[in-house]
Design a protein around this ligand. Structure first.
Ligand code: MRU
Length: 367
């Protein structure tokens, strides 16, 4: 997608194959900076510190990181060690593990001399595949927005609420939840997005609002607690969120606060859709109870970052000194609260049958 009229992906390899580049998401929206990553260790650090974040993007980052490790030493020991290092940086998004398993399968049976080139090719394929997958999510989700637009008085926008950042910054391009929105906007369908700020790290305020604004999509930032009120007053036509892991029964892990939005949507009869690529489905889990929920630093709750009038970016304390804080980063929304899944293969009900109707090849292996 575009920033200041220039097209970007979130991740790309450098020409010499010795490093890859990512957009540093900890600097947005105040500064647009890129970081060059030269090793699996640097890739792991970028994932941990959330310079890169969002389920598909951390998968692609890990894939390129592993390719860099094998470039230095393609032994079995390094392969296993780098996969282990990269996989443990963030526990909830299954795309990280998925991408590393794809990489392992692509190289493990090759002689060491062929592994580095094959790993680089596979990492590039994972990134390219994510772009096409997200584009197709948009193609299918667009139909839902078109249907909603038909129910609106002429010229009035379809109001969509989203949580966190499941935009192109969370993927390689397009985004999951945002792909239908971009495609509707580009097709001339009036849309307006309610953007949850998404405490504690404010991915909505700093990333979703930034990327929608950069693409010219009308949007309004709201505090996380406003969604229920907006839905009660008919100001939301549909919710579309992303996800970090979907269990085989359709339970959805996503950024903390998603569950509360789904409850409000259920109570007010607002359709609540989850957009996801196939790499986010964990077919080994029979329900969301088995999804590990990342606990992050209390500092993310106790402090906040912002820009002063002189342009400098500072971190301030926002709580009483000494107050303890807890920071579960994700929650699980039960499948019964989800209207449907928007995937690269189409839209389906959020349950086992719906998922299997889209991915029949999983019928035998799904938990
Ligand atoms: O902690 P984050 O910023 O990595 O969390 C991201 C989300 O929860 C996204 O909604 C999810 O990864 C889907 S991204 C297409």
């Amino acid at each position: 997608m575009k920033i200041n009229g220039k097209s970007f992906r979130t991740i790309w390899p450098e020409d010499d194959g010795a490093s890859f580049v990512v957009i540093d998401q900890t600097r947005l929206p105040h500064r647009f900076e890129t970081v060059s990553i030269r090793s699996a260790e640097e890739a792991a650090r970028a994932i941990l510190t959330m310079q890169v974040r969002g389920a598909p993007l951390i998968g692609a980052t890990a894939a390129y990181g592993l390719a860099l490790a094998l470039r230095r030493d393609a032994s079995d020991t390094v392969l296993a060690g780098a996969i282990d290092l990269l996989a443990k940086q963030r526990p909830t998004a299954v795309n990280l593990r998925w991408a590393l398993e794809e990489m392992r399968r692509a190289v493990q049976d090759l002689p060491a001399s062929a592994r580095a080139a094959a790993a680089f090719t596979k990492a590039q394929a994972i990134a390219d595949d994510d772009v096409e997958t997200c584009r197709l999510i948009g193609v299918h989700g667009l139909e839902l927005i078109k249907a909603a637009a038909k129910t609106k008085p002429k010229g009035e926008p379809v109001n969509i609420l989203t949580h966190c950042n499941a935009g192109w910054l969370a993927c390689v391009d397009w985004g999951t939840a945002t792909s239908p929105i971009y495609q509707a906007h580009d097709a001339g369908i009036p849309v307006h997005v309610w953007v949850d700020e998404t405490r504690p790290r404010n991915q909505g305020a700093s990333l979703t609002a930034f990327e929608l604004g950069s693409h010219g999509v009308p949007h309004t930032l709201v505090v996380d607690n406003a969604g229920g009120h907006l839905m009660q007053h008919g100001k939301v036509d549909l919710c579309i969120v992303g996800t970090d892991r979907v269990a085989a029964n359709g339970d959805v892990a996503n950024k903390i606060g998603t569950y509360l939005k789904a409850l409000a949507a259920h109570d007010t009869n607002v359709p609540f859709y989850v957009a996801l690529p196939y790499s986010t489905i964990d077919w080994t889990l029979g329900s969301g109870r088995g999804i590990p929920i990342e606990e992050r630093s209390a500092d993310e709750v106790l402090k906040m970052q912002g820009r002063l009038e002189d342009g400098s970016v500072v971190t301030v304390d926002i709580a009483a000194p000494g107050s303890p804080a807890a920071n579960p980063a994700f929650d699980v929304t039960p499948a019964r609260l989800v209207t449907g899944f928007i995937t690269e293969r189409g839209v389906a009900s959020a349950d086992r049958n719906g998922l299997l109707s889209l991915y029949p090849e999983r019928r035998e292996s799904a938990a």
